[in-house]
Ligand binder design. Structure first.
Ligand code: PLP
Length: 424
């Protein structure tokens, strides 16, 4: 595979951008090799600057669920663009997106739009602290909630594969208000729970240590214990929102949080985030209440329009069954290919998100995810990449499929996996 143009660009990028990338995991540090510079995308495929094509299983980290350059999104965005790109004033479109989100997500009665998932979580944490008048937050090892100071502690994926579970630059006085416990361990939560806890924040299905599902009773247990202590339960559904179902993970598991964070899919490929919850809590936000939060580009009409069109398409009957069916075919094929080559893998999947771990044990939390074989994943990743299949460049990230992935794509991916497993 010729990747000369990507090589040259990466060298140049490293001169002007730290590490050559604008987000660490893009640098391929965990798997080795040259990051591909992407020129365009169409449907399930992306094309690099050397004109190689790849079936894309990153899908902008889950944000692109309809496929790249989806016609309805692009034409609506073009119309919106021609009317101006930002006003710093209220618009009708943002009201429509807020209404759509409130109608879709069980736990959201009011919602505030922001510009990234990080910003949504950061604001939700401040809201929880302002509402409860408490400081401490409980989070789970391997859950990633964006890069705000209080959340960048044992945060999985990007940070973890770089061997930096914590970041420099986070004052101990801030970190001390974050308590980290293992995912799926309700007993551990009980041990650290107290009346100083403002909120427990969790990815209801974790996508940032690879995909890890909540075990029976885990989310219910969190709901119970937060209620008991008058703390808030925050679901970070930045990945799972509008991906697992139209109402997110909370709809599937029937556990309703006090605050929900959204991002990724709701911007249709543009920068966006949102946090919403019970009206009584949301009314603590400025200008109604004393919790300050603002944004120059919040509710940006272009991002909002892309999100609206995306959600409209996702609201059609059968969309999530279709995604589920395709994902089942793919993971079954991958599992069979691994069996044939006698390679031990564990696949965790729900709906259209899944991970392939090179391990022979169940993966239920960060330590079991972390024990999976990184070298085998790196070698598998590179074989797949050279066979035009673009997987996440870390064993601790989720794979995504979208509505544009075809049965032919799936078959091609399974044959590539057969070869890749044989080479291990
Ligand atoms: C991606 C992600 C975030 C951060 O969103 P950004 O838009 O990258 O800031 C937060 N939480 C979860 C669960 C995510 O997957």
């Amino acid at each position: 595979m010729n990747i000369q143009a990507s090589r040259i660009l990466f060298e140049k990028a490293k001169k002007y951008i730290p590490g050559g990338v604008n987000s660490p995991v893009r640098a391929f540090k965990a798997v080795g090799g040259t990051p591909r510079f992407i020129e365009r995308g169409h449907g399930s495929k992306i094309f690099d600057v050397d004109r190689n094509s790849y079936i894309d299983y990153i899908c902008s980290w889950g944000a692109i669920i309809l496929g790249h350059a989806e016609t309805c999104v692009i034409s609506a965005v073009k119309d919106t663009l021609s009317n101006g790109t930002s006003f710093g004033a209220a618009t009708a479109l943002e009201v429509e997106l807020a209404e759509t989100i409130v109608d879709a997500v069980p736990g959201i009665e009011q919602v505030r739009l922001v510009s990234s998932g990080t910003e949504a979580v950061m604001s939700a944490i401040r809201l929880a602290r302002g509402y409860t008048n408490r400081n401490r937050i409980i989070k789970f090892e391997g859950c990633y909630h964006g890069h705000a100071d209080s959340m960048l502690i044992k945060a999985g994926s990007g940070a973890a594969t770089l061997g930096m579970p914590d970041s420099l630059g986070i004052p101990a006085d801030i970190a001390k208000y974050t308590t980290v416990v293992p995912y799926n361990d309700i007993e551990a939560v009980k041990q650290v729970m107290d009346t100083d806890v403002a909120a427990i924040i969790v990815e209801p299905v974790c996508g940032n240590m690879g995909v890890v599902l909540p075990q029976k009773g885990f989310l219910e247990g969190l709901r119970e214990i937060t209620t008991q202590y008058n703390s808030l339960l925050i679901f970070d559904e930045v990945i799972t929102g509008f991906r697992l179902s139209y109402g997110g993970a909370q709809q599937i598991y029937g556990v309703i949080p006090d605050i929900t964070c959204l991002g990724k899919i709701i911007g249709g490929g543009f920068p966006i985030g949102a946090y919403g919850g019970k009206r009584e809590i949301m009314e603590y936000i400025s200008p109604l209440g004393g919790v300050y939060q603002a944004g120059t580009l919040s509710g940006n009409p272009v991002a909002v329009q892309a999100g609206l069109v995306t959600l409209k398409i996702l609201s059609a009957i059968g969309v999530y069954d279709f995604l589920d069916g395709h994902a089942v075919k793919l993971v079954n094929g991958i599992q069979e290919a691994a069996n044939k080559a006698s390679v031990a893998i564990t696949i965790n999947r729900i709906g259209s998100m899944f991970s392939v771990f090179f391990t022979n044990t169940a993966v239920t939390n960060y330590s079991t995810a972390e024990q999976s074989d990184s070298q085998k994943y790196a070698s598998f990743f590179n074989s797949m990449l050279n066979n035009n299949i673009y997987l996440p460049p870390s064993r601790l990230e989720a794979w995504f499929i979208g509505l544009a992935h075809t049965l032919e794509n799936i078959e091609q991916t399974i044959s590539a996996a057969e070869e890749a497993f044989k080479k291990l």
